[in-house]
Write a protein that binds this ligand. Structure first.
Ligand code: KG4
Ligand code: ZN
Length: 334
């Protein structure tokens, strides 16, 4: 059986992306047109503007992905696309482009869950060893997902309010730092010290759920308090203290879950997995464990279409196809 060639599209937020993935784990091309600078002016993603830019970019990134892979559309076996979750207007651009290509060329159409994509980004680096646990931390999600086999996702914990990346972005805004906040806070945190002892939200004993809105509020209150009293402070120390709290909770809960579930691998995914503080602490913690730690390279952590193609490969082999009634689903469940 020959390795299938999948053309994958991802337009759920502010990156217009297309990639070619062969056999589920060979990345032939990976094109990402980011709109980050455009949204930076507004301090966050503006949905209407995102949709408009996706429309301008989508055919360009598709052509480039094919060209870089040295392929024509006739050599593609299936089209995959993120169907949700995400911004509905943004998702629609990818979904309609995918439906058009699948229909015009008479090839299967595969709808992929964005989080399944983030998890499968890791498979472009190394084969999965089940059972495994995945920590998905992004701007929209903070989830612990247990997997017994390919395509089987059991959410054992999730955030009850803000996602980890969202907390980074909101704290950055309060500190007058540019969007997206994660990378900047991560960077300055390393020049500061954890002196503010912000709360850690452990929730009920045994719970694998997360909560970051209390921490966000504590940081904002502290800032007001410091400013009101006219006390001197360094935003580096605020960033370091905030990051210490986030990383503490993420690492501790993840560690406990891997022990309790007896998994072979821990897979870290999503934009926040680019965080240096988180990477260092996870490496320390999992160094002497029997659990293999997998963190994808930076270009596979943030949104891209390669991960969508990798996840779609499993669906391709199960003939889990969609027909042309496929619609964008902003609230899609994993
Ligand atoms: O996965 P992603 O690109 O898009 C979503 O699906 O949300 O994640 C984006 C999020 C943003 O909130 C951004 O601030 C955060 O990931 N992020 C980081 C870092 N790099 C990106 N957060 C913490 N540390 C970083 N180094
Ligand atoms: Zn994402």
């Amino acid at each position: 059986q020959k390795d299938e060639i999948i053309l994958a599209l991802e337009t759920s937020c502010d990156e217009t992306a297309a990639a070619i993935v062969k056999g589920g784990n060979q990345l032939l091309s990976n094109v990402v047109a980011t709109q980050m600078e455009i949204h930076q002016k507004f301090g966050g993603v503006v949905p209407e503007i995102a949709s408009r830019h996706h429309i301008e970019q989508i055919t360009l990134v598709i052509d480039q992905a094919l060209e870089e892979a040295n392929l024509t559309i006739n050599e593609v076996d299936a089209i995959a696309v993120t169907e949700g979750p995400g911004l509905v207007g943004a998702l629609l651009v990818g979904v309609n482009a995918a439906k058009t290509l699948a229909y015009a060329h008479g090839i299967p159409l595969i709808g992929v869950h964005h989080i399944a994509g983030h998890i499968y980004a890791n498979r472009l680096e190394k084969e999965f060893q089940f059972p495994l646990l995945s920590l998905v931390v992004s701007g929209g999600h903070t989830e612990l997902i247990y997997m017994k086999e390919h395509g089987d996702y059991e959410v054992i914990g999730e955030t009850r309010d803000d996602a980890a990346g969202e907390a980074y972005d909101k704290v950055a805004k309060a500190l007058n730092l540019p969007y997206p906040g994660g990378p900047v806070i991560d960077q300055i945190a390393h020049e500061g010290n954890d002196i503010y002892d912000f709360p850690r939200s452990w929730l009920e004993p045994g719970s694998y759920d997360f909560s970051f809105s209390g921490l966000k509020t504590a940081v904002i209150n502290k800032l007001h308090q410091l400013k009101q009293k006219g006390e001197e402070f360094r935003i580096e120390d605020i960033a370091a203290s905030f990051q210490a709290s986030v990383v503490d909770v993420l690492v501790e809960k993840t560690y406990r879950a891997t022990e309790e579930l007896g998994v072979n691998q821990l897979i870290v995914a999503g934009g926040v997995s680019a965080n240096k503080g988180l990477r260092v602490e996870l490496e320390k913690r999992f160094n002497e464990m029997d659990v293999e730690l997998m963190i994808p390279p930076l270009y596979l952590c943030t949104d891209n279409a390669a991960m969508i193609g990798a996840a779609a490969s499993i669906q391709y082999h199960n003939q889990n196809y969609k027909d042309l009634s496929l619609n964008a689903n902003p609230g899609l469940i994993l």
